[in-house]
Write a protein that binds this ligand. Structure first.
Ligand SMILES: O=P(O)(O)O[C@H]1O[C@H](CO)[C@@H](O)[C@H]1O
Ligand SMILES: O=c1cc[nH]c(=O)[nH]1
Length: 291
């Protein structure tokens, strides 16, 4: 099925609308970060950089490290931006931009998010690294796509509804598992693992009380006391559930690794979060590019 100009939008140079990238400028291994300034903090470790662009908060560098081609791209904050970046990168990989037809051969991308996050468990200290076994989305994005139940963990979702007595004025939470193979690549004695809660905001939706009272006030306790099999909810951030959901629906692999900058149970914040994020970047690049 070909696409209308209003659906698959290209810039004058043939690049895709928001990301500003052409298909040949995208590597199969894609590192996503929220912060546009973090892109250069990743690519400074590359052996070479072949392509750089920026549009709005979406900064992209493509280069190579240890013989592996990598694209690093900033998404900005929130799952609304993930909808844009994942949809456009998948279009670059799997749609012929001239005809609008889906390519006959599927090109699989690997997405690795290198983000920052708040721990919900007291025993996960600031400056540690957490890998998301699952994304628990409270943002509602996946429900705007047909057949999302095919990639969601419906049993775990049901257990969470029962546990949380979820308020039906809010988006219904959804749960999607991350890539086991990338998780194994990144796993070590330096990493924690668990379910990551993806919130649709940083303050009320993550139980922060400045002038407005969050509802429910105890959202952090509701999440931190949920467990399912060997899994517990470890941390809060704002992108993972949508990355996992869209990746799986589009036939890609995705894993989220987050540096813990805040511990919500202990009420602490990292003394030097930029240094810890840099250590996470070096750790991930080494594991992703060395055999
Ligand atoms: O540091 P990044 O990757 O942006 O991730 C986290 O930081 C932002 C909030 O401060 C949100 O995007 C959250 O997910
Ligand atoms: O507490 C935190 C820290 C970083 N990012 C978040 O979304 N929450």
């Amino acid at each position: 099925m070909s696409k209308k100009a209003s659906e698959l939008i290209l810039n004058a140079d043939g690049s895709i609308y928001h990301c500003n990238i052409r298909p040949e400028q995208l590597a199969d291994l894609v590192i996503t970060v929220g912060d546009p300034d973090r892109v250069a903090k990743v690519s400074k470790y590359f052996d070479s950089i072949e392509f750089q662009t920026q549009k709005r908060e979406i900064v992209t560098h493509t280069g190579s490290l240890n013989g592996k081609r990598i694209t690093v791209i900033s998404t900005g904050m929130g799952t609304d931006n993930i909808d844009i970046v994942l949809s456009e990168l998948d279009a670059l990989a799997n749609i012929n931009l001239e005809t609008g037809e889906e390519n006959e051969v599927h090109r699989e991308l690997q997405f690795v998010r290198l983000g920052t996050s708040g721990a919900l468990q007291r025993d996960i200290p600031v400056d540690s690294f957490v890998m998301s076994t699952h994304g628990l989305g409270m943002d509602g994005l996946l429900h705007f796509y047909e057949d999302s139940e095919l990639v969601r963990d419906i049993e775990m979702e049901e257990a969470f509804f029962e546990h949380s007595a979820w308020d039906d004025a809010k988006a219904i939470p959804y749960i999607v598992k991350g890539s086991t193979s990338i998780l194994e690549t990144l796993r070590s004695e330096n990493t924690f693992e668990g379910i990551t809660g993806t919130a649709c905001g940083f303050y009320g939706p993550q139980g922060r009380h400045l002038r407005l009272k969050p509802n429910p006030f105890d959202i952090n306790e509701i999440l931190s006391s949920f467990s399912y099999g060997n899994y517990r909810v470890t941390n809060f951030e704002m992108e993972t559930s949508a990355i996992y959901g869209l990746s799986k629906m589009l036939g890609h692999e995705a894993l989220s690794l987050n540096c813990i900058v805040a511990n919500r149970a202990a009420g602490t914040f990292s003394q030097d979060s930029y240094k810890s994020v840099d250590l996470m970047i070096q750790y991930a690049l080494e594991r992703l590019t060395k055999d």
